[in-house]
Write a protein that binds this ligand. Structure first.
Ligand code: HEM
Length: 196
């Protein structure tokens, strides 16, 4: 994956190896009823969403920006004010994440980057990528909760591709499962050793 997005290190050899193996992930897919059809529908969504990324981000950022207890995680620790450079830097990587999620290519690089994204939400690495002095950790309960607004507000964008209602349902379902599996993977650094 080559992009010019600052801090986006998908595929980099400097990433730590995911503690979750390809085999473990296969079982997670099975437990989540995530199958080949879901991959197909995610890829269908890629074509629909690829030219709408900025508008989707406007909606998601609108939600976080208007919800003070969420915006809190983008504020400066010193003065409690939102850090616009931080918000802007993360936004670019978030846009790429939309495309990566829809690409649905699951391999060791993808797993390693999932681990990295978990570390970046956790105190292990939050703030380091953008070199900011913000609050130290994103509390995990909100990470799980955001699955709902993210996949609910995606629907109008999925509908713009001209696909049948059934296809839109299936694309949205595949997104829900994919984001669920990702937030499960991201929770790894938050969980006591041996309990994930
Ligand atoms: C970073 C997605 C939950 C705040 C990111 C990134 C993505 C992402 C894709 C950039 C990763 C990268 O560096 O490449 C998501 C998704 C969530 C979620 C899909 C839930 C389903 C949350 C919540 C908050 C939050 C609840 C709290 C407001 C942040 C912050 C960063 C970040 C502050 C930057 C972390 C850093 O310092 O590197 N998120 N996120 N996220 N997210 Fe989330």
């Amino acid at each position: 994956m080559t992009t010019n997005i600052p801090g986006y290190t998908y595929g980099s050899t400097s990433l730590q190896k995911s503690p979750v193996s390809i085999d473990d992930f296969a079982k997670l897919k099975q437990a989540s009823l995530f199958g080949d059809d879901d991959v197909r529908y995610l890829k269908m969504s890629h074509d629909v969403l690829k030219d709408q990324v900025e508008q989707i981000l406007d909606v998601w950022y609108g939600f976080v920006g208007s919800t003070p207890f969420l915006l809190h995680y983008f504020t400066n620790a010193a003065d409690g004010q939102p850090n616009m450079d931080y918000l802007g830097g993360v936004r670019k990587r978030f846009g790429q994440w939309i495309l990566d999620t829809a690409n649905a290519e699951y391999n060791q690089d993808w797993l390693n980057y999932q681990y990295e994204i978990g570390l970046r939400h956790h105190s292990s690495k939050k703030n380091t990528t953008d070199n900011v002095k913000s609050v130290p950790i994103i509390h995990i309960h909100y990470i799980f909760a955001l699955l709902i607004p993210i996949t609910t507000t995606l629907r109008p964008f999925l509908e713009k591709g001209g696909h049948s209602r059934d296809d839109v349902d299936r694309m949205q379902d595949a997104w829900r499962k994919s984001v669920l599996m990702q937030v499960i993977l991201w929770s790894q650094p938050y969980i006591k050793s041996g309990e994930f």
